[in-house]
Design a binder for this molecule. Structure first.
Ligand SMILES: NC(=O)C1=CN([C@@H]2O[C@H](COP(=O)(O)OP(=O)(O)OC[C@H]3O[C@@H](n4cnc5c(N)ncnc54)[C@H](O)[C@@H]3O)[C@@H](O)[C@H]2O)C=CC1
Ligand SMILES: O=C(O)C(=O)COP(=O)(O)O
Length: 527
């Protein structure tokens, strides 16, 4: 039975789903060295933002197939390391959108009306109404940085409260911004004109310390900043200075560069100018149920050999695409595996040509499947859809995709040509009746055979007697031939022979075959 480690607090509904297919161990707050020690036992890891899945943990994770992040941000997972190791990383892109947007709205309003401090004051026995005179958001300008799922939900609510909306998001179209009712502007203008700025961007190299001393210097002294996205997008020391010196009026933060926030962080010393919450954006009952179901189902599916619907490191391989292309992916893997074995040695170049109807489909999955097949001899079960492209790149295999819609001999066919240190070889294959694989050419010689576990290919001169000689030679080694076919371009010219064998070829027999007069070359393929 598979084993799943849950290392952050997850709603019970997720644990129940995982328990249908796996042994589930819930161990919250593990020190990193303990996680490195126990991770080899596990097939899946389910986390939130509390667990940092470092390269060291991933390298130790020899059985891990999937990391499930019950939430949006995957910046606490070393994605390149997981991809290299062939581990799929999934998240829940929408499960906590509403929770995070509502938290940001709550932060904006509590900051504006000093609710946390006023609450504290009343609870301490006072009745002070003078110290907590707030400001309204009505008719104020709101700058939204990152107009994605959370940013746009925030926008809708802010619009309903009568705010004027600006947005900065270099990846969003004017049309989308118009739909939401936001004026798309550059960051400088947004920073200078906004009374409130709310951040809804991921933490990336580009967004690291996007809000820094220089930016705070451009903001209005009455401006207030909300960050319920990611710590690290704000330079916290510069923010503390900007608040202390009155460069800006207030801030409300849910996320921090280091979590938990350091006990001596200057942010803790800013009184009513700042509202702080301990990363609570996704902490609603509803969101926790949503993300737990979303991610636990994906972990369950992957452990059962099914595709995940929100994999962040298998671009383009969405379940609906995979489902439609499944027979072609099988074909691509088989052909990749065959051409890899025919080419032998080091492969430098692979041409993936989609022909006929296949030329009209999205090719990324077909290319990945071809590479998976190509690398399967060298990497065995270590290669999968997650790491095939990266492994190929690291081996210096150049891949090109070509399309030829005019070739109509089958509904769709796939042609792979591999160039390597020992020469160039090609195979073509098609599907019969949408499911059954047929090899339709080898090195451009036309054939029509189904792939089988053990195969022998020869390149020979098409002269009488050769087939008989190979037959008797195999017989003398007690190898049974299941089927045989010859493909040739011209009579008595060059030809290929494809034999399907019931048994693997014993050591040494290939050298004997090559010695037969008229045989130019021979190759075995094991699928
Ligand atoms: N505080 C919390 O508990 C929660 C925090 N989050 C965080 O909120 C953030 C936003 O989440 P979603 O809206 O779901 O993501 P999303 O992917 O829907 O939206 C992010 C937006 O940021 C934009 N963006 C990317 N780089 C940018 C840049 N350099 N400058 C400006 N815009 C840029 C993207 O184009 C996209 O539209 C994420 O970092 C996520 O981790 C999400 C849920 C809960
Ligand atoms: O989903 C996200 O990106 C979040 O930041 C939520 O974090 P959490 O799952 O509450 O640790």
């Amino acid at each position: 039975m598979s084993k799943v480690l849950v290392s952050d607090s997850i709603d019970q509904v997720g644990i129940d789903i995982l328990s249908q297919v796996a042994q589930v161990d819930v161990k919250i707050g593990l020190p990193p060295e303990e996680l490195v020690r126990i991770i080899p036992e596990y097939d899946a890891l389910m986390i939130r933002s509390g667990t940092r899945v470092t390269q060291e943990i991933i390298e130790a994770a020899d059985n891990l197939k999937i990391i499930g992040r019950a939430g949006v941000g995957v910046d606490n997972v070393d994605i390149p390391a997981a991809t290299r190791k062939g581990i799929v990383v999934v998240n829940s892109p929408e499960g906590n959108t509403i929770a995070a947007a509502e938290h940001a709205l709550a932060m904006m309003l509590s900051m504006s009306r000093y609710i946390p401090d006023a609450n504290q004051s009343v609870k301490s026995g006072k009745w002070d109404r003078k110290s907590f005179v707030g400001v309204e958001v009505y008719k104020k300008t709101l700058g939204i940085v990152g107009l994605g799922k959370i940013g746009s939900h925030f926008a809708a609510a802010a619009k309903a409260m009568g705010m004027k909306l600006l947005a900065y998001d270099p990846f969003i179209s004017q049309e989308r911004a118009d739909q939401i009712g936001c004026r798309l502007v550059d960051l400088d203008l947004l920073v200078q004109e906004s009374d409130y700025i709310t951040l809804h961007i991921p933490k990336t190299k580009e967004t690291y310390h996007l809000f820094n001393a220089e930016v705070f210097a451009k903001m209005k002294p009455t401006a207030r900043l909300i960050n319920c996205a990611r710590g690290g997008v704000i330079d916290e020391a510069a923010l503390a200075d900007a608040l202390r010196t009155g460069q800006i009026a207030g801030a409300a933060l849910d996320v921090f560069e280091n979590e938990p926030l350091e006990a001596d962080s200057p942010l803790r010393e800013l009184g009513s100018k700042i509202v702080l919450t301990p990363h609570l954006g996704a902490s609603t009952e509803e969101a926790q149920v949503n993300v737990a179901i979303d991610v636990a189902e994906q972990i369950r599916d992957v452990l059962l050999g099914l595709p995940a619907r929100s994999a962040v490191n298998i671009p383009g391989l969405y379940p609906d695409v995979l489902e439609k292309l499944k027979p072609y992916l099988q074909l691509a893997e088989t052909l990749g595996n065959m051409v890899g074995q025919l080419a032998g040695g080091r492969i430098d170049f692979l041409d993936v040509r989609l022909q006929g109807e296949l030329a009209g489909t999205k090719s990324q999955a077909v290319v990945v499947a071809s590479l998976k097949g190509l690398l399967s001899q060298a990497l065995r079960e270590r290669v999968n859809y997650v790491n095939a492209s990266i492994e190929a790149k690291e081996r210096g295999i150049r891949v090109i995709e070509t399309r030829d819609a005019s070739l109509m001999d089958y509904t769709g066919s796939l042609h792979l040509e591999a160039k390597g240190s020992l020469g160039t070889h090609s195979v073509t294959g098609a599907l019969l009746g949408d499911q059954e694989i047929r090899i339709t050419s080898v090195d451009d010689f036309p054939i029509n055979v189904p792939p089988t576990r053990y195969m022998l290919f020869t390149l020979h001169r098409d002269v009488p007697g050769i087939i008989g000689k190979i037959g008797s030679l195999l017989g003398s080694f007690n190898v049974n031939i299941a089927s045989m076919q010859v493909g040739r371009k011209i009579v008595r010219g060059e030809a290929v022979m494809v034999l399907s064998l019931d048994d693997p070829l014993p050591e040494g027999i290939l050298a004997e075959i090559i010695k037969v007069s008229g045989i130019r070359d021979a190759y075995t393929v094991t699928l």
